[in-house]
Design a protein around this ligand. Sequence first.
Ligand code: AP5
Ligand code: MG
Length: 215
Amino acid sequence: MNLILLGYPGSGKGTQASVLSEKFSLFHISTGDIFREAISAKTALGQEVSGYLSAGRLVPDKLVLDVIKTRLATETRGLLFDGFPRTVDQARELDDYFASRSQGIDAVIFLDVDEEAVVARLGSRRTCPKCQKIYNLLTSPPVKEGLCDACGEKLILREDDKPEVIRRRILVYKDQTEPLVAYYKGMGNFCMVKGGKDPESVTQEIAAVLKIKNV
Ligand code: AP5
Ligand code: MG
């Protein structure tokens, strides 16, 4: 099974991906996590992409596709994409990749959440820079204030979760990523899920949609 999670910044892609990858034994690929790890490890990739992330702009397609191809080269499990593809060109490249392996995308799950709700979520998000676990100060805080439940690391506010960068990311989403809704609707594998409920209900709705689609 190969799945894509699509939606606004803050729509819950990362939150759902970590549960779904476990539940369905899928390989979770978050391009955002890959870039943030590279930035924190100060690699050449990190230096190249850092300015794009801190400004809330998309990393150029070629760079993203090179990273994805490297990650997928040896992977045999089903794939769960979180934050990729993000442009129509990236989506076309992914289609070609699957076609070359006689595979396809079983479902594109669109997490439908209001713009005001995602802005509020991102402002109160905290993340673990070590294991990438996602928290929310209002709805899913850590047990010990400021520390990751899973690994004990100090939680951070992502650099791109500052109000001015959130606004830019939403504009970039509308301009460059929203066209993917029409693209995947045209391919027939698009599924809309109400992403505004609590995380467990959203997971249940996704599982139900996958069952109906028989994937
Ligand atoms: P990326 O890391 O992919 O960020 P994003 O798409 O902007 O999405 P987020 O990670 O902010 O949100 P999310 O949907 O994962 O929500 P989350 O689960 O955390 O990309 C970052 C940057 O990297 C980009 O701006 C770009 O520069 C670059 N990049 C990455 N991929 C790229 C690509 N393919 N091409 C080009 N550039 C790329 O949840 C958010 C908050 O809400 C959390 O606090 C969470 O606890 C809470 N929450 C989650 N679900 C619920 C719920 N159901 N109810 C209440 N609260 C909830
Ligand atoms: Mg995310």
